[in-house]
Design a protein around this ligand. Structure first.
Ligand code: HAM
Length: 420
């Protein structure tokens, strides 16, 4: 590119700067707290994997066939940037074979999908998620859903609907997919033309379509729940009664099959009612009992969810909760001597655990006081020639009436601590 051109973040990506980034940090910290309290440990896995890892999660899904960022690296390996977190975490599980049962992990990580960008839909988005592997117990599904529900509630979100469904066992799923394929084929002409090819390649994807003509047809489609085997029906019933027992409202959404092929038994999604319906899924997940095996591991049941940070924050904005909180300075050192006191006192205050700001570039007192105000500091600590001669600083309250004291430099930290 010619010199002098300017660059912007690539299409579909965003820079997150302070103070908005403060909310990201807060969200991740709260998520860590909620999940670690339940015994989930942080897992950090690579942002890219062998392409095949993701091909195993859904050879007939858009996420894998159309939206993946894949490339050959300099060693000729076919690599893909992670479009979602579950496959990577399960690959890590299969590789390391942790012995705890269930093995419970949480993550906060970016994912990449070549989608048409719009509000709430990005080419790089970030998910907070958990995966729990090694147990088929439906109460583990309930635990995972409850963690997610409680996390949203802890943020202050109240307009959130929980939709759940069951795909049944792998055999139930295959049976349903075939039945649905036949049923849709009989009604092919009534579907939106853009959805017709999908009937042959992956009939369950048609249920995800948001196109009006298709939705009118699928309204009447057979549901997975009608075709569940006895074991799968019992699993689903235990999940539902578990949620009811914990006071977690939910409703069955028969078309909720979700955009990835690995799901068996429970699937669920949380919809933020304050957001536009096309992008109101703030999180979703389900059980994926066959995934570890398809990645070369022993048969290992698993369940988890992922929740988009960007969408959670949009939902928080729409409901007016989780306000931005900048990393405000508590004290601001205004040095009108030569900057030595600003350097020394700001460092001493920070070492004492007090948020402290200062200006640079030898600016005038007036300009430094403006910066102090803008920083939100409660106290300005002013050092001029008079103060230096007396071994003191002037501490001015920026909150009310500008009350000020002269304080010995030796007592400054204690004094500031008391005044804050
Ligand atoms: P997913 O439904 O594809 O599931 O994504 C999970 C969440 O990530 C969505 O509910 C949404 O909040 C957010 N999200 C997805 N795509 C975008 C995008 N393009 N822009 C912004 N946000 C987005 C999964 O990825 C599964 N791995 C979840 C899971 C975990 N299932 C079991 N364990």
């Amino acid at each position: 590119m010619a010199s002098g051109s300017s660059f912007s973040a690539p299409k579909g990506t965003r820079d997150v700067l302070a103070p908005e980034s403060g909310r990201w940090a807060e969200l991740i910290a709260r998520f860590a707290q909620v999940t670690e309290r339940a015994g989930y440990g942080l897992v950090v896995s690579p942002m890219f994997e062998d392409l095949e890892v993701f091909q195993r999660v859904g050879e007939a899904t858009d996420i894998v066939t159309k939206e993946m960022y894949d490339f050959h690296d300099k060693g000729g390996r076919h690599i893909a940037l992670r479009p979602e977190g579950t496959a990577s975490v399960v690959r890590a599980y299969v590789q390391h074979r942790p012995t705890e049962v269930p093995w419970k992990a949480w993550y906060a990580a970016p994912n990449f999908r070549y989608e048409r960008p719009q509000a709430g839909r990005y080419r790089q988005h970030h998910q907070l998620g958990v995966e729990a592997l090694g147990s088929p117990d439906p109460d583990l599904d309930v635990e995972v859903i409850a963690l997610q529900a409680d996390f949203y509630r802890s943020l202050g979100l109240s307009q959130v609907d929980l939709l759940i469904n069951s795909m049944g066992t792998p055999a139930d799923r295959a049976n349903y997919s075939e039945r649905l394929g036949r049923w849709l084929t009989e009604r092919l002409d009534d579907l939106d033309p853009a959805d017709r090819d999908t009937v042959a390649s992956n009939p369950m994807r048609v249920l995800d379509s948001k196109r009006d003509a298709t939705r009118a047809v699928t309204e009447e489609a057979p549901t997975t729940v009608e075709l569940l085997s006895a074991d799968a029906a019992a699993h689903f019933e235990r999940v539902r009664s578990g949620l009811a027992d914990l006071g977690i409202d939910h409703r069955i959404e028969p078309r909720l099959v979700r955009g990835l092929d690995y799901y068996t038994h429970t699937t669920f999604e949380f919809a933020a009612l304050a957001l536009d319906s096309a992008q109101n899924a703030i999180g979703g997940g389900g059980r994926y009992d066959g995934l570890a095996e398809s990645l070369g591991g022993p048969p290992t049941p698993g369940v988890g969810f992922g929740s988009g940070i960007e969408r959670i924050l949009l939902a928080c904005d729409a409901e007016g909760v989780l306000a931005e909180r900048g990393g405000a300075a508590s004290a601001f050192v205004v040095d009108v001597v030569d900057g030595t006191y600003a350097r020394r006192l700001s460092t001493e205050l920070r070492r004492a655990g007090i948020n402290a700001g200062r200006a640079f570039d030898g600016r005038s007192m007036k300009s430094q006081m403006k910066s102090a105000d803008r920083s939100g500091a409660a106290l300005a600590i002013i050092v001029g020639d008079d103060e230096v001669a007396a071994g003191e600083a002037t501490v001015r309250d920026l909150r009310q009436g500008g009350h000020q004291d002269r304080v010995s430099l030796d007592d400054l930290i204690e004094h500031v601590r008391k005044r804050l």
